[in-house]
Design a protein around this ligand. Structure first.
Ligand code: 13P
Length: 257
């Protein structure tokens, strides 16, 4: 019922040449991948060149960030319309690196998510607790509040276009992924919270996991009932490793075969 979504978040990696080379390597491998949405979020500078490279392939493009503003005097910003223009169909909003390093609040994330939804770009809204918050027993309180505030401006009628990404901050780039049980516990909690606030559409919203996803652990994560895909950082930079994650239905050991 929910189509799995595997997304690459390249963060501050790859120039145009490297991005094109990656897609040249990946595109033939994914040509016959069916039933999974595969998304690449390169740096802004690589979007326009990749628009041509992904045409005719199952690959879709995402921005890593977006302005809540439509246009105007906002130096350094990129609008929803600009992302659509260079071929994006998704955009990541509220990544923990944006929240912690660049001071983004859930209120700002809500504005970005709403602007994206209104403009026809599917927002991938990120939430997740820090190590300190988890150790203090505050995981559900923190994630629950982030979900509520970040989605405060979302139009429930179009909520099935929304993607939630649960990325525990302590699992990002550390090599310490959440166990499938830890991730499922939070994904189930998020879905229940969505059900209470926007109703049955919650069953159609994809909730993907991020944080040290690798070919070796994707299989067991995807076995969980409320994990609908992955947002992959480091392991998405290499086409072979990202492709092994896209083939998440292979048991461990076969994934990289
Ligand atoms: P890593 O896969 O490198 O842990 O990064 C996760 C992430 O932040 C994806 O958005």
């Amino acid at each position: 019922m929910r189509i799995p979504l595997i997304a690459a978040n390249w963060k501050l990696h790859k120039d145009v040449g490297e991005a094109l080379h990656f897609v040249e390597e990946l595109a033939p491998r994914v040509a016959d991948v069916e039933g999974t949405d595969v998304v690449i979020a390169p740096p802004f500078t690589a979007l326009e060149p990749l628009k041509g490279a992904v045409a005719g392939t199952p690959l879709k493009l995402a921005g890593q960030n977006v302005s809540p503003e439509l246009q105007g005097a906002f130096t350094g910003e990129i609008s929803v319309q600009m992302l659509l223009d260079v071929g994006c169909s998704y955009v990541i909003v509220g990544h923990s690196e944006r929240r912690t390093l660049f001071g983004e609040t859930s209120e700002l994330v809500a504005q970005k998510a709403a602007a994206s939804q209104q403009g026809g770009l599917r927002p991938i809204v990120c939430v997740g607790e820090s190590l300190e918050e988890r150790a203090g027993g505050r995981t559900f309180a923190v994630v629950g509040e982030q979900v509520e505030r970040s989605l405060a401006r979302i139009e429930p009628a179009q909520a099935d276009q929304l993607v939630l990404a649960y990325e525990p901050v302590w699992a990002i780039g550390t090599g310490h992924n959440a166990t499938p049980e830890q991730a499922q516990e939070v994904h189930g909690f998020i879905r229940e919270q969505l059900r209470k606030s926007i109703g049955e559409v919650a069953g159609r919203i994809r909730i993907i996991y991020g944080g040290s996803v690798k070919p070796e652990n994707i299989f067991v994560l995807m076995e969980q009932p409320d994990i609908d895909g992955a947002l992959v950082g480091g392991a998405s930079l290499d086409p072979a490793s990202f492709f092994a994650i896209i083939r998440f239905d292979r048991p461990p050991g076969e994934a990289t075969a």
